[in-house]
Design a binder for this molecule. Structure first.
Ligand code: AMP
Length: 358
């Protein structure tokens, strides 16, 4: 089975083709619609991919789309017109992501292959009610489906598939989240109803006192769009220091830059501690995504605050790109694992197609 995996963003399309579980093609188009970009819109990118497939003599049986918010969906599903309408409803819950992904599904129809939606929220459907329920009036939660959905589920599920026991998966990138996993199942995660909760991120504040929001709305006369923009685009490392790329911040000697990194590390340490407590222990801590995979400095600083758990990092392993970076006498295994969301999507597509007997 040849599977085209599509990850459609506002200005980029990441694509790859899997022959069963082997990747045979990959590509990335960015700056879509920008002056310096090659493509004016997403339709022309899909045409470009179609031409590339024809030129390489690759036929496609199924297309797997990453969809960030799947609402109540617990698993990946084949998309028909009715189901597409259903997932369009979730755009309200992830306005920065879902509309682009849904557009991706619509314009990919011209490729004439079966389409499957793979949701970032689905992996977290196993989170128990005590961890997924917000202590807001029950009636409001029911009316609007307010609960902890969690995100980065495709990445965390990949980590779950290659680890064992009680695991804390730290997906640290431009967006970051931590996930508590027991025997392959998500039991808690730091992102919640939207991807805004949890860790301090590149441009997102993460968890803050909810009282700050009405306070700012009143004092600054913000509309809800403005406050959302401040929390999602102007906060986090960027809000603290003016820089949202950790590579730049790690070489920044300013007081603000140093404090921003301290706050980022502290928020990771606190989340790891709370999940070790929630699971009554931890067997493995995993670092993944842009920062997790590439910054030995951040890994070291986080792990140095986890000695109470018996975490001991081997400095040489940490800096030399080993997968296992804890020392042999560490009570908890600490690993660096390159996430593989595309492979996970391809596997999910296969499962969904088999299940629907198509
Ligand atoms: P992602 O969203 O997973 O692609 O991660 C992107 C982020 O990873 C960038 O914003 C960088 O801050 C961070 N990053 C990538 N490489 C490094 C590195 N060598 N050291 C620190 N941060 C890095």
């Amino acid at each position: 089975m040849n599977i085209l995996v599509l990850n459609v963003g506002s200005s980029s399309v990441k694509y790859s083709v899997f022959k069963d579980e082997k990747e045979i093609l990959e590509g990335l188009v960015d700056k879509i619609g920008e002056k310096t970009g090659e493509f004016k819109d997403h339709e022309s990118v899909i045409e470009h991919i179609e031409k590339e497939l024809v030129s390489k003599n690759i036929s496609i049986d199924v297309i797997g789309h990453r969809v960030v918010h799947g609402g109540k969906e617990k698993e990946s599903k084949v998309v028909d017109n009715e189901f597409l309408k259903e997932i369009e409803k979730y755009s309200d819950l992830a306005p920065l992501h879902n509309p682009h992904e849904i557009n991706g599904i619509k314009i990919s129809k011209k490729l004439g292959a079966l389409q499957v939606a793979v949701f970032d929220t689905a992996f977290h459907s196993t989170i128990p009610s005590k961890a997924s329920t917000y202590a807001l009036p029950n009636s409001l939660c029911k009316k609007y489906g307010i609960k902890r959905y969690g995100f980065h589920g495709i990445s965390h599920s990949y980590i779950a598939s290659v680890t064992e026991g009680k695991v804390i998966s730290c997906h640290l990138g431009s967006g970051s989240s931590v996930c508590a996993i027991i025997n392959g199942k998500s039991v808690d995660t730091s992102m919640g109803f939207t991807p805004a909760e949890g860790l301090v991120m590149g441009t997102r504040a993460g968890s803050i006192d909810p009282g700050i929001i009405p306070f700012l709305i009143e004092k600054e006369e913000y509309s809800w769009q403005q406050i959302e923009h401040v929390l999602n685009e102007e906060s986090g490392l960027k809000g603290l220091s003016g820089k949202n790329d950790l590579r730049e911040l790690l070489t920044d000697d300013s007081k603000e830059g140093k404090l921003a990194v301290d706050i980022f590390v502290y928020s990771i340490v606190k989340h790891i501690g709370s999940y070790a407590a929630a699971m009554n222990g931890v067997d493995e801590i995993v670092f993944t995504a842009g920062i997790g995979e590439n910054s030995s400095e951040i890994r070291k600083r986080v792990c140095n605050s986890l000695s109470y758990l018996g975490v001991i990092v081997d400095d040489e392993r940490n800096t030399e790109g080993d997968m296992l970076i804890s020392s042999d006498n560490s009570k908890v295994k600490v690993k660096v694992i390159k996430t593989n969301e595309e492979l996970m999507i391809a596997k999910e597509v296969k499962k969904a197609v088999t299940k629907s007997h198509i």
